[in-house]
Each structure stands twice: as structure tokens, then as C-alpha cells.
Design a protein around this ligand. Structure first.
Ligand SMILES: [Fe+2]
Length: 300
């Protein structure tokens, strides 16, 4: 089974802006550049979990999913082959670049790339926050955070991600203008969410969770100095109970900065349906309404 969201990769022409945005605003640590000049960020003692590759346009490149060990990865890949998904084993160069022991990748029916891995490189006590912080990021057995994709067909996407890949449904939020499914692979309420966007596929946001509310507050204070727009005001989600705000990035997608997210117990968890995403707050700003945040492309 997939155990965690391990890492994510994007491409962007604004790659160098991440050298100040990542440490100065988010509080992440700048890791050594990748072989192609990619900017890499660490948020804990794992070598790096966020990569921005140089590229001509903003693009979601890959999500890396961690499995417990070698045996689990090979069994999982074999099971996918039986289901008609045939992952490709990566060569040593790519494994080295990602900092993993082994890697097999595939794309979903709409072209989103996923990498299955084990054995990511780590160095104890190596993380130093990029700015003054009270705590670090919530990672450990909850992985990096969560990613939210937009897909043209939520029912088909659920078949792929839940039935074939084993993502466990946490709950749904369904309203007239909103249809989103949330999935867990560990205690984090969701490591993956899928939102229906008819005719489109894309990446909406990456969520990073702070251990201290003060570090979220400090990020909000720093937005003006870094000239970064708020996309959704501070609010609290109805399902994962996360207190968070959504902000712009140099590369088209958004980052949700959160605090206090719910931890679920899979043995007793029952999926619910909610009508609203938030108890309070999370108002869309004018910037969000005019720029349509996220990296979206039409699909046929
Ligand atoms: Fe989120």
C-alpha cells in the first residue's frame, strides 16, 4: 500500500523566485540544486520534498508516493500490472535525482504522473527552518502534506485512485458548484483530493501544515513583504478541521498553509458527505477570482 505523499515536482520559468519564496516566506530549507538546475526545498530531515524544475511554462510534473519498503513496492507494482496499469521502473540516474532507492512511475488516465518509491534519503537533525519559526512542519508518518488535482470525471477518477491504487475515501464535499473527494493513506485526513473540473485536468494546490499556529500567522504577516497574493482568507475546513489560508506561488498553483489538521483512524473511519468546505473564512479574494488559480489544461 501507498504509505505517504513523499514529494512533489513542478516545472516553471519562475524557478529562481523559489529561492527566496521557499525559505523566506514558507520557512522551508533550501536543499542543493538538482542536476537540471531545479530548486529543491526540504521541510524536514528528508533530503528534499519539493522540486521546481526549470521549464518554459508552469507545469505539474509528478507526485512521489512512498511505500514502506522494497517488498511492498514490488508487490504493489505487480498488483498494478494485474489491473492493467503497467508502471515503468526508473533507471539509477532518476532514482539518484529523486533521492530514492527504487522508483516505478505511471500516469493516470488524464496524464498526471505518479512515482511509487521506497527508501528516500534522510539525514537526522539536518532540517533548519528558512526563517524564524517556533516549530517545523507536520510530516513524519503523515508525509509531506496533501495535493489536490482537478479531473474531468470524478467517478472515473475515483475508480482509478480508490479502486485501483487503494486511496481510502475520507469524505466528500458536494454542493451546486463544488464536487470534491478526499482520500487518506495514513493518519493525515487527506493526502490526496480530487475536484471535478469538467473538460480540464490540473493541479490546484499543495498543502503544508505547520506545527505551530504562530508559524502560520507569521507567514500571513510576511505575504506583503514578499508581494505574494492571498487566494483564500484564513478559515477552517469542515472536514479535516484545518485552519488555513491559500496563497499564490511564483508558478501558477497555490499553496494552502495550515495548522491543526485532523488525524484519522482508518479502523473506525466512516466517510461522510458535507455541503460546505468551511465553517468560517476561506473567502476567495479578488485576485483568486480574476486569475483562476491552479495549473489547468483542457482535455479532449
Ligand atoms: Fe487543501
Amino acid at each position: 500500500m501507498i504509505q505517504e505523499l513523499s514529494y512533489v515536482g513542478f516545472a516553471s520559468p519562475a524557478v529562481d523566485e523559489w529561492r527566496t519564496y521557499g525559505p523566506g516566506l514558507l520557512g522551508a530549507m533550501l536543499a542543493p540544486d538538482g542536476p537540471d538546475g531545479s530548486v529543491r526545498l526540504a521541510v524536514d530531515d528528508i533530503d528534499h520534498r519539493i522540486s521546481i524544475h526549470p521549464g518554459p511554462e508552469d507545469e505539474f510534473r509528478y507526485a512521489g508516493w512512498g511505500l514502506a519498503n522494497e517488498t511492498d513496492l514490488h508487490e504493489f507494482v505487480d498488483a498494478l500490472v494485474d489491473r492493467g496499469i503497467a508502471p515503468t521502473w526508473a533507471d539509477l540516474d532518476l532514482c539518484r535525482e529523486r533521492g530514492v532507492a527504487e522508483l516505478a512511475w505511471f500516469t493516470d488516465p488524464w496524464g498526471l504522473r505518479h512515482e511509487l518509491t521506497w527508501g528516500k534519503a534522510a539525514t537526522p537533525y539536518s532540517f533548519r527552518a528558512g526563517r524564524a519559526m517556533r516549530g517545523g512542519f507536520v510530516t513524519g508518518d503523515q508525509g509531506l502534506g496533501h495535493v489536490v488535482f482537478q479531473v474531468p470525471d470524478l467517478v472515473a477518477a475515483n475508480r482509478f485512485y480508490a479502486d485501483a491504487l487503494g486511496f481510502r475515501l475520507s469524505d466528500r464535499i458536494v454542493s451546486d458548484h463544488f464536487d470534491v473527494r478526499f482520500y487518506h493513506v495514513n493518519g493525515r485526513h487527506h493526502s490526496l483530493a480530487l475536484a471535478e473540473a469538467p473538460g480540464h485536468v490540473g493541479f490546484n494546490h499543495l498543502m503544508l501544515e505547520y506545527q505551530s499556529m504562530d508559524d502560520l500567522g507569521k507567514a500571513i504577516d510576511l505575504l506583503r513583504a514578499f508581494d505574494v497574493p492571498t487566494m483564500q482568507t484564513l478559515g477552517r475546513h469542515s472536514n479535516d478541521l484545518m485552519t488555513s489560508t491559500y496563497i499564490g506561488t511564483p508558478s501558477g498553483f497555490q499553496i494552502e498553509l495550515g495548522y491543526g489538521g485532523l488525524v484519522v483512524d482508518d479502523l473506525s473511519w466512516t466517510a461522510r458527505t458535507y455541503a460546505e468546505p468551511s465553517f468560517w473564512g476561506h473567502r476567495f479574494t479578488r485576485t483568486a477570482m480574476t486569475t483562476r488559480p491552479g495549473i489547468l489544461r483542457p482535455v479532449g
